[in-house]
Design a protein around this ligand. Structure first.
Ligand SMILES: NC(=O)c1ccc[n+]([C@@H]2O[C@H](COP(=O)([O-])OP(=O)(O)OC[C@H]3O[C@@H](n4cnc5c(N)ncnc54)[C@H](OP(=O)(O)O)[C@@H]3O)[C@@H](O)[C@H]2O)c1
Length: 252
């Protein structure tokens, strides 16, 4: 993905990584459209940061279709989709009663990106140079005990990204997977203050540097995520899992 000159839709950018990435990409000369459910934040972002906004609930197929129609009408040059929206919840799988909550996580974190890519694919394929950026996690590669369904959805996003990259080879659409480590956002209670999480500005700064230096990269990996990402390849996976789960009860 080139660092400038794109028109980028980021559903899931009313806060956290999405918002910080939206502002960094705007500063590099991209047109960025911010999506999310919280209308008061969308209004504030439009006023404070001069970014276009679109209301979207990525857990709702009708909302995704409506947003795709709106983006197509208002931003016909759209060439980058970042499937950022995600939720992370602690679950207890030692007692029954977790299925409903797990289904909500799957709906947002896995079905959401699938439905977004489906809704935006034709628009992206019509551009000479386009990118789908998926968002997995270091937890796609090593499990945090307290968030089983979250880990599973992010592992699925990794394999989905690898698979559709193979199918889309030879088209104008590249597939890039962003693999964040723990980052200081409001994804989980207390995470913004966690000493185990990377400061948001440092994370996004490193991501921008990687995109700029390696426009053809298929995975965007800051240094901090490599501990989790490559445990199996290094041969220290068991130690990685043990360290991850004793570091912090919330894994941050
Ligand atoms: N922070 C980390 O440590 C970390 C690590 C690895 C991966 N990630 C991934 O990075 C992504 C962003 O997370 P974050 O850390 O920046 O957390 P965050 O601040 O909570 O941001 C989550 C974003 O997703 C949006 N969202 C959630 N459900 C949505 C829905 N149904 N429809 C539309 N938007 C929805 C939220 O907007 P609204 O509430 O306004 O809809 C918000 O903008 C997530 O996919 C997360 O899994 C984060």
């Amino acid at each position: 993905m080139r660092i400038s000159g794109n028109t980028i839709f980021i559903p899931g950018a009313t806060s956290g990584i999405g918002l910080a990435l939206a502002m960094a990409l705007r500063d590099k000369g991209n047109t960025v459209i911010v999506g999310g459910r919280r209308q008061h934040l969308l209004d504030q972002i439009a006023a404070d940061h001069d970014l276009a906004t679109i209301a979207i609930d990525t857990a709702d197929p009708a909302s995704i279709s409506a947003a795709a129609r709106q983006v197509s009408a208002e931003h016909p040059n759209l060439n980058v989709l970042v499937t950022m929206a995600g939720i992370m919840r602690v679950e207890d799988w030692t007692r029954s009663g977790f299925a409903e909550g797990a289904a909500e996580i799957v709906t947002t974190n896995l079905l959401g990106p699938i439905r977004l890519i489906d809704a935006f694919l034709d628009q992206l394929l019509a551009q000479p140079d386009a990118t789908i950026m998926t968002v997995s996690s270091g937890l796609a590669f090593a499990p945090l005990k307290v968030t089983p369904t979250y880990n599973a959805t992010k592992a699925a996003i990794h394999l989905l990204s690898e698979s559709i990259r193979l199918q889309l080879a030879g088209t104008s659409v590249d597939v890039v997977e962003l693999e964040p480590p723990a980052v200081q956002t409001d994804l989980m209670p207390g995470q913004r203050e966690s000493a185990f999480a990377m400061p948001l500005d440092a994370f996004v700064g490193e991501v921008m540097g990687l995109i700029e230096a390696q426009p053809d990269a298929t995975e965007i990996q800051v240094e901090r995520v490599k501990f989790l990402r490559y445990g199996e390849a290094r041969g220290d996976y068991d130690q990685v899992v043990a360290t991850l789960n004793q570091a912090d009860p919330h894994g941050k």
